[in-house]
Design a protein around this ligand. Structure first.
Ligand SMILES: Cc1cc2nc3c(=O)[nH]c(=O)nc-3n(C[C@H](O)[C@H](O)[C@H](O)COP(=O)(O)OP(=O)(O)OC[C@H]3O[C@@H](n4cnc5c(N)ncnc54)[C@H](O)[C@@H]3O)c2cc1C
Length: 470
């Protein structure tokens, strides 16, 4: 089997499928001078790009500079599964997040954000291969069937359109002998898109509105200017003097020294994409609904079709490294890729012989409460947004809106939300975090192999609120 997996992976490119396109825009200049601006946005992933676009939309005369360490979309935004969701965080309920009574429901905020997201795609005519496929959760072990039933019961209560599929019904939807049951969430705002095209679409829309973009310009320092009212952002060859700053650097080390590493735990995920399937191969898997699929394991896999009928698959056991220095580039970990390939052929044994064309990794920024959060520094002239913890395709638009609101450049009512106002919780020191994460990862893996049964360690984490959700 190992040899077959190696063969299937042999010759695959170590780069995200989504960024391997000849129609990508030309590289923007690097910052090589002193520039003044009213708003500087650091990081050109979904968050930074949405923030730049929405800031210009709300204030056409505002001077906006967007600065990126590498190329636009180099971070998680160019590396994800492209699964569009209506949730903002792993928590759906206000109670889970400890929000006070009377606040808008998280589920409502998430739905409204997803609606706005899809409206914006239409308004800007972004060609992102969006397909409203819904989301199919599948059980591949008997213990997971209960979780699907629980999802269905919740949907019944909230009036969400979904169906519970038994073994025969789920295998009719997608011909995998591994599927024992399914829960198909049929909300029209759930679907799949091409993350690379979204990144480029946002970039084009923002630049058309007059945003100045710099690429290949890692910022190394953020400090108050002598006058005290401006912020100086320094890179190797240039400097930006800005009235206000939005940090959209996600899992990367923060430019704010006090929170440099304590708010985010960068967790590495791995992904693969196959070559395009032939008509016969497509017929053999009968995936006509083209849903985004995910398992119910702790370390679940998710998979989807692309517009040219490849299958992109990610997930499995992630990595959390003791040292992150220099790691924010493609991690080439053969064992992780073989693990995903093994899972792939367990789900689709009929595709034996199919090869993978691309393999890549990406960092998920996990926050302590598994939810995106906001922070403010330097008399509130610097705001940061981060902590999506494995979500983000749609939540980043909310993150951008919340960040702009806190800077006084967006929707004032958003800045008043308890969800936006709540402050992040710090992780324990890095060494402890690394030890804890690795013990927890092993325990989660063991539970996945053991019909989901949690051992003492996981039970204790659940009780103390340190459980991991990605
Ligand atoms: C493998 C994988 C699969 C995922 N799948 C999904 C999914 O299916 N659905 C979903 O909703 N979410 C998914 N996510 C999560 C989602 O991709 C992220 O939450 C989201 O892209 C975060 O966007 P961002 O703009 O905040 O960060 P990023 O896209 O990481 O952008 C941050 C940018 O900041 C730049 N930067 C950092 N430091 C500096 C500096 N000092 N100077 C200048 N620039 C800097 C970086 O180069 C980077 O481009 C996935 C993530 C991964 C890794």
């Amino acid at each position: 089997m190992r040899t077959e997996l190696k063969e299937a992976l042999h010759g695959s490119k170590n780069m995200p499928l989504w960024l391997d396109r000849s129609d990508r825009p030309h590289t923007a200049p690097c910052l090589s001078a002193r520039v003044e601006t009213e708003l500087a946005i650091v990081g050109a992933g979904f968050t930074g790009l949405w923030a730049a676009l929405l800031a210009k939309e709300a204030h056409p005369d505002l001077d906006v500079v967007l600065i990126e360490a590498g190329s636009v979309g180099d971070g998680a935004s160019g590396r994800n599964g492209g699964c569009v969701s209506t949730t903002l965080t792993h928590y759906q309920s206000n109670r889970d997040l400890g929000l006070p009574e009377g606040e808008p429901e998280m589920a409502t905020l998430g739905r409204q954000n997803a609606e706005g997201f899809l409206d914006d795609l239409k308004r800007y005519r972004m060609q992102v291969d969006y397909e409203p496929t819904g989301y199919l959760h599948v059980a591949v072990q008997a213990d997971q069937i209960r979780a699907l039933q629980a999802l269905y019961e919740l949907d019944q209560k909230s009036g969400t359109a979904s169906v519970l599929l038994d073994r025969e019904a789920v295998q009719k939807e997608v011909a995998s002998p591994a599927f024992l049951a399914g829960h198909w969430d049929k909300q029209t705002r759930l679907g799949i898109l091409h993350p690379g095209k979204l990144v480029d679409g946002l970039r084009e829309a923002a630049c058309k509105r007059g945003v100045s973009l710099y690429e290949n310009s890692p910022l190394t320092q953020l400090a108050a200017a002598d006058s005290g009212s401006d912020i100086l952002l320094t890179s190797a060859h240039g400097q930006i003097r800005a009235r206000k700053v939005l940090l959209a650097t996600h899992a990367y080390p923060s430019l704010i020294p006090q929170t440099r590493c304590s708010l985010m735990a960068p967790i590495w995920e791995y992904a693969l994409a196959t070559e395009p399937l032939s008509e016969a191969q497509m017929a053999s898997i009968a995936w006509s609904g083209r849903q985004c699929i995910s398992g119910e394991e702790n370390f679940f896999h998710y998979y989807r079709l692309t517009s040219d009928n490849r299958i992109m698959i990610g997930g499995g056991v992630p990595d959390f490294f003791l040292s992150n220095s220099g790691r924010f580039i493609d991690q080439d970990d053969p064992a992780s890729f073989e693990g995903i390939a093994f899972y792939f052929f367990t789900i689709f044994p009929q595709l034996k012989g199919l090869r993978f064309s691309h393999r890549w990794s990406g960092a998920i920024g996990a926050s302590r409460d598994h939810s995106l959060h906001f922070g403010q520094a330097m008399n509130d002239r610097v705001v940061w947004v981060q902590g999506y913890s494995g979500q983000g395709v749609t939540p980043c638009r909310f993150g951008a809106r919340g960040g702009l609101a806190l800077l006084g450049l967006g929707e004032t009512e958003l800045a008043r939300l308890a969800f936006v106002q709540r402050r992040p919780v710090h992780w324990p020191p890095h060494l402890l975090r690394w030890l804890g994460a690795n013990v927890t990862f092993s325990a989660l893996e063991k539970a996945d192999r053991n019909q989901g049964k949690k051992g003492l360690w996981l039970k204790m984490l659940d009780r103390t609120g340190f459980g991991i959700k990605i």
